[in-house]
Design a binder for this molecule. Structure first.
Ligand code: NG1
Ligand code: ZN
Length: 555
């Protein structure tokens, strides 16, 4: 970095003082904190994004959101050139920048990093960063801080994309770097046209009058997702959606609403009740990257049948597996490629879902919590489907297999849909366009669920009956130092402190179908406890006993 560049950073950074006595960490989902603490962090992430753009010679994204957290929080995360999460290799640099105590220390750190990573400051290709934010009131000022961070790298361009869902911003970054059309309108058009295409490919003998055709009611978490879903719906036919809890309705973001609340509490969100009994309902989180479905139980006091990320994963797996087997059975297709399908879960996946997927004959992989791990694993397959139980997930298609599908689609004469095998290839190609391959996306996931239900002629109840969840319980334990818990084998085994795993094993063995594990949270200062058993009472009891063990070993 030359003198001029260093002095620009020194000058601008002096306007953004870091909060005193707070240690910030990039974590699994970027930086998150009370919004009042984040100005300097977001400014510095702006600098980092511009450097990442120079290094990768690609467009980078910065998203201002704290997802399902309370409205007074905010956060910032980076979308890498692929549209995925920031390379883990750069996370320690993000931490160091955020925690630099003075402008001079900041410039020193940047200089060292630029040298180590060989970041080109040759002006050949200026840095380009797309900025987006959710509906939080603090978003406007923080976006301005990010813009100042980006433009403190001389020549860098920051483009304000406005209020977006997190997955929309990731999608735009991916599309820009592939040289494709990348505006919000392009996003809506790609989703709606591939949805329509999949509807047209539903076998004509199916009545299209099954239970799935009744309206869908969506809880928008009082956030950005509801607004965007309404805009998308205008381009759709074949689906009636009623949106409740949209940001313009005046309710508080994520307060008694949204996918996180519905999945954790297993109760109806505000605005839903017994009048909705039996109707197909869905819930998005605050930035619309998580999706769960539910139906209100009749004459209940707000209890629901939850259809979580594991069941969305199962539905997608069934449909994709069916299309692959049609492809593989028929011999009338040229250059048949035996595609490898894999599914990826974490230890939080309900044991019944894992059992179900294995019984379908699928390869099931387990990774640690955090979508960056699931995404990486899913990318090893021709088609990799990943989901966290909380509703974050997507489907990835390898470049090779997408190319193969495209070639099949081009071979078809215009107007004709060809043989059964060719139709299956076209469906898979349309899924690859409908689903957001950059990151989990509640809107594109919702459209894929809807079209598959119509294809199968399934109601939400039929879908929910694929398998029955084992009763489970999640608890949080406050301990002195959560980093004292070290795990292995995709977080299923505790290796430190010594003796804790043996104690958990001994406890778990007392329960029929018992399973339990503990891990330090990556987003909160707690150790999480998960337990499953054959009844709700025993799952609760196992979780409580294991929480006591955590307390005894670490309290
Ligand atoms: P932590 O706090 O590390 O458990 C939570 C979720 C993750 C992921 C991240 C990012 C659970 C049990 N954990 O992580 O799945 O979504 O937040 O938002 O749901
Ligand atoms: Zn989210």
């Amino acid at each position: 970095m030359n003198e001029e560049q260093s002095s620009v950073i020194l000058n601008t950074s002096s306007r953004f003082s870091p909060p005193q006595g707070v240690k910030l960490s990039y974590g699994t989902a970027g930086f998150r904190a009370d919004a009042s603490l984040l100005q300097s962090t977001v400014y510095r992430v702006g600098i980092l994004a511009a450097l990442r753009s120079l290094k990768t010679k690609s467009v980078i994204g910065v998203m201002i959101t704290a997802s399902h957290n309370q409205v007074s929080d905010n956060g910032v995360k980076i979308a890498d050139p692929s549209g995925g999460m920031l390379s883990q290799h750069w996370e320690p640099f993000a931490d160091a920048l955020a925690n630099a105590t003075s402008p001079h220390q900041l410039v020193k750190l940047i200089n060292e990093f630029v040298e180590k990573e060989n970041i080109p400051f040759d002006g050949i290709r200026p840095a380009e960063v797309l900025l987006g934010r959710d509906t939080r009131p603090s978003g406007d000022d923080l976006l301005e801080a990010a813009r100042q961070g980006v433009t403190s790298i001389i020549g860098a361009v920051a483009l304000d994309m406005g209020i977006l869902t997190t997955p929309q911003l990731h999608w735009m970054v991916r599309a820009r770097n592939k040289g494709l059309k990348a505006s919000e309108q392009d996003y809506f058009e790609q989703l709606s046209s591939s949805f329509r295409y999949l509807l047209d490919l539903i076998p004509s003998e199916r009545s299209k009058l099954g239970g799935a055709n009744e309206k869908l009611v969506v809880d928008g978490a009082n956030g950005v997702g509801g607004v965007k879903l309404k805009a998308l719906e205008k381009l759709l036919s074949g689906l009636v959606i009623e949106v409740r809890n949209s940001s313009e309705d005046g309710g508080v973001l994520n307060d008694g609403v949204g996918a996180d609340y519905v999945q954790k509490e297993k109760v109806v969100p505000h605005g839903f009740g017994s009048k909705d009994a039996g109707i197909r309902c869905a819930s998005l989180d605050g930035d619309a990257d998580r999706l769960v479905y539910f139906s209100v139980q009749p004459e209940s006091n707000g209890t629901i049948d939850l259809v979580d990320g594991d069941k969305i994963l199962s539905l997608f797996s069934l449909f994709i597996r069916e299309q692959l087997s049609i492809l593989n059975e028929k011999e009338d297709i040229k250059n048949l490629h035996q595609a490898r399908l894999g599914v990826v879960q974490t230890a939080y996946a309900n044991g019944a879902s894992t059992g179900y997927l294995k019984q379908l004959g699928l390869e099931v992989e387990l990774t640690p919590t955090g979508v960056k791990y699931l995404h990486e694993k899913a990318a090893e397959f021709d088609i990799g489907i990943y989901f966290e139980a909380n509703g974050h997930g997507t489907v990835l298609f390898s470049e090779y297999f997408t190319g193969w599908l495209e070639a099949r689609s081009n071979e078809l004469s215009s107007g004709s849909k060809g043989s059964e095998a060719e139709k299956a290839a076209l469906r898979l190609l349309a899924v690859s366009k409908l689903i957001n391959q950059a990151v989990g996306d509640a809107l594109s996931g919702l459209l894929l669920v809807e079209v598959i239900l119509q294809h199968m002629e399934w109601s939400i109840h039929r879908w929910n009956d694929l398998y029955h969840d084992l009763p489970s319980r999640q608890l949080k334990v406050k301990v002195a130092d959560r980093t004292a818990v070290v795990t292995a084998n995709a977080e299923t085994v505790v290796v430190s402190p010594p003796g804790l795993q043996e104690a958990i094993n001994e406890e778990t063995a007392k329960y029929p179908h018992g399973r339990s594990f503990v891990r330090p949270s990556g987003t909160e200062d707690v150790v999480r406890v998960y337990a499953e058993a054959s009844t709700q009472e025993t799952a609760d009891s196992l979780a409580n006993s294991v929480a006591k063990l955590v307390d005894r070993f670490l309290g």
